[in-house]
Design a protein around this ligand. Structure first.
Ligand code: GLN
Length: 304
């Protein structure tokens, strides 16, 4: 498969850089990003990689990082995790509070904000220094010690994170948050403010394409069963109320973030990350969705 040729075609086809939509503005720092940024990076199992555009530039990965925190929580809790969070698509917006009351504070899945906040509660409860251990995990699976949080984004999230703070308070009232509210939201805001490039994301996500083994070192950091569960959650819940559309149009497990990044994997073949900050109404990158749709059309293979 000539991935570079396929990526060049996608770059040419979509290079009009449609800037008519909006970048996320409810986190003020995200509103400052140049909407014309566009990059894509593919990593393959043999460590070959291919790219175009702004694929080396750091951006705020936002909810993509929920895959990393979920991986850490599954290593600690195993299957007991599912007593605290469900595994069903929500059909609601990523920051919705609406299904919590009649479900006793058990979020529908670990990728909506409510679910990721339960995962944050678990990590804050179980780890001595959760922020550092998160960085250690991400640096290890990416094989890149330069990865860090963007402190401006963390601060901006804190200033405007009323809904996330409300979600933790609400779930605490319903009995599903163990720790104090503040360290839980603080960890969550750090998680969302991880800064990574498409190249680093694609490299990190080879873990999920490679049955839990780090690309290059082949160290097994997640069990194949854990990876199977995470990939199926990405397939059914990775795009919130657009998960069906992504599955329909692209046909790969993936995860989006409101920074405009999307990662997707093809088990045992490749992982791909794309970045374009303009979002559609569901909070997913518009151009990123189009680029991934073209990728699975041009390669002729998806998981289906
Ligand atoms: N930090 C964002 C929030 O909590 C993450 C949302 C996302 O990327 N979907 O609102």
């Amino acid at each position: 498969m000539d991935y570079q040729k396929i990526l060049n075609t996608i770059d040419e086809e979509l290079s009009y850089r449609d800037v008519s939509g909006k970048v996320a503005s409810y986190i003020p720092e995200l509103a400052k990003i140049d909407p014309r940024k566009f990059g894509m990076h593919v990593f393959c199992g043999d460590n070959q990689h291919f790219s175009f555009g702004d694929s080396d530039e750091l951006f705020s990965v936002q909810s993509i990082a929920k895959v990393f925190s979920l991986s850490m929580a599954m290593r600690i809790m195993g299957e007991d995790l599912w007593d605290r969070v469900d595994v069903e698509p929500s059909g609601d917006a990523f920051n919705s509070l609406s299904q919590l009351e009649y479900e006793n504070g058990i979020p529908r899945n670990p990728f909506i904000n409510a679910g990721a906040l339960i995962i944050a509660d678990i990590l804050v409860d179980q780890l001595e220094n959760p922020e550092q251990e998160l960085l250690d995990f991400v640096r290890k699976i990416t094989q890149d010690n330069s990865i860090n949080f963007d402190p401006k984004i963390t601060a901006s999230e804190k200033e405007t994170g009323y809904r996330n703070i409300a979600l933790v308070n609400y779930m605490k009232a319903l009995g599903n948050i163990k720790c104090d509210v503040e360290p839980v939201v603080d960890f969550y805001f750090h998680l969302c403010s991880l800064a990574m490039s498409c190249k680093q994301l694609a490299q990190a996500f080879m873990l999920y394409a490679n049955k839990g083994k780090i690309l290059g070192t082949e160290e097994q950091v997640l069990t194949p069963v854990t990876v199977k569960r995470i990939n199926s959650l990405m397939q059914t819940c990775g795009f919130y109320d657009e998960a069906g559309e992504f599955s329909f149009e692209v046909g790969l497990p993936g995860k989006s973030g409101v920074g405009g990044g999307i990662v997707a994997i093809h088990p045992e073949q490749y992982s791909v990350a794309v970045w374009s900050p303009i979002l559609n109404e569901q909070g997913n990158s518009s151009l990123g969705m189009k680029a991934l749709k073209r990728l699975t059309s041009l390669t002729g293979v998806s998981v289906f």
